[in-house]
Write a protein that binds this ligand. Structure first.
Ligand SMILES: Cc1cc2nc3c(=O)[nH]c(=O)nc-3n(C[C@H](O)[C@H](O)[C@H](O)COP(=O)(O)O)c2cc1C
Length: 218
C-alpha cells in the first residue's frame, strides 16, 4: 500500500461526503458561523484551476432586499423554463428549484473578467475556466456536507441581469447562486429522483473502452 494513503477512517469519510452530498432546496434558516463560512470558502479556494487561473469570485449577499431581488430574477427564469419545457411544464412547476429565502447564507459565484489573457489550457478549450469554477463549488459542496450543512446550486437566472444587479465588471459572468445553511434533513437520493423527474443512469452505461461504442458488448 502506498505510503501516502489516508487511514481507513479518513478514506471512509471522503467517500461518505461524496455519497451523501445532495443538492438541497429545503433549508431551516439559522446561520453559518463566520469561522465555518471562512473554512468552507477556503476549501472552495483550494480547488484546482486551469493554469492556476483561480477564475472564481464569490459575492456574499447580506442585504435582505438584494436577496429578494435575486429570488425574483430566479422566479422569472423559473417561469420561462417552465414555458420552454412544454408538456413537462406542470411537472416542473411542482418541483422546488431553490431555497433562496430560507437558506442561512446566499452566495453568488462568478467568473472573473479578462479571462482571454489566460491561454494555458484554454487555447482550444476556453470553457476550462468554467470547469475550474465548478471544481471550487464542488469542494465547497463536499466540505459543507461534512460540516452538516446543505448547499443548493441554482442556475436558473439570466446572467446579464444578475451581473447588473450585483454591479459586476464587464467581462465577468455570474454562474451560480448558492444557497447554503442548516437543513432539517438531507434527501436520501437526488430530489429530482425522489420527485420522479429524472432517473440516474449507472456508471456502466457511461463507460467505454478504447472507442466510443454505444452498442452492447458482444
Ligand atoms: C451546474 C449545476 C447547476 C444546477 N442548477 C440547479 C438549479 O438551478 N436548480 C436546482 O434545483 N438544481 C440545480 N442543480 C442541482 C441538480 O439538479 C442536482 O445536482 C441533480 O439533480 C443531482 O442531485 P444531487 O446533487 O443531490 O446528487 C444544479 C447542479 C449543477 C451541477
Amino acid at each position: 500500500m502506498s505510503d501516502f494513503v489516508f487511514s481507513q477512517a479518513e478514506r471512509a469519510a471522503v467517500y461518505r461526503a461524496i455519497a451523501l452530498r445532495r443538492d438541497m432546496r429545503h433549508f431551516s434558516g439559522g446561520q453559518v458561523e463566520p469561522e465555518l463560512l471562512a473554512r468552507l470558502l477556503e476549501a472552495a479556494h483550494q480547488a484546482p484551476s486551469v493554469g492556476l487561473m483561480q477564475p472564481w469570485r464569490f459575492i456574499r449577499i447580506t442585504r435582505p432586499e438584494l436577496r429578494e431581488s435575486i429570488r425574483e430574477l430566479v422566479e422569472e427564469e423559473r417561469l420561462r423554463t417552465a414555458e420552454a419545457l412544454g408538456e413537462r411544464a406542470d411537472a416542473f412547476h411542482k418541483l422546488k428549484v431553490e431555497g433562496i429565502r430560507e437558506c442561512a447564507e446566499l452566495l453568488v459565484v462568478g467568473l472573473m473578467p479578462d479571462r482571454e489573457r489566460h491561454i494555458f489550457g484554454r487555447r482550444t478549450l476556453p470553457e476550462m475556466d468554467l470547469a475550474s469554477l465548478a471544481c471550487a463549488i464542488q469542494n465547497l459542496w463536499l466540505a459543507a456536507r461534512a460540516e452538516g450543512l446543505g448547499l443548493g446550486w441554482v442556475s436558473l437566472f439570466e446572467p446579464n441581469a444578475l451581473a447588473q444587479l450585483l454591479n459586476m465588471p464587464s467581462g465577468s459572468k455570474p454562474v451560480a447562486i448558492l444557497c447554503l445553511g442548516p437543513v432539517e434533513q438531507f434527501y436520501d437520493e437526488p430530489m429530482l429522483v425522489q420527485e420522479g423527474w429524472a432517473t440516474p443512469r449507472p456508471l456502466s452505461e457511461l463507460m467505454h473502452e478504447n472507442t466510443w461504442n454505444d452498442d452492447p458488448s458482444p
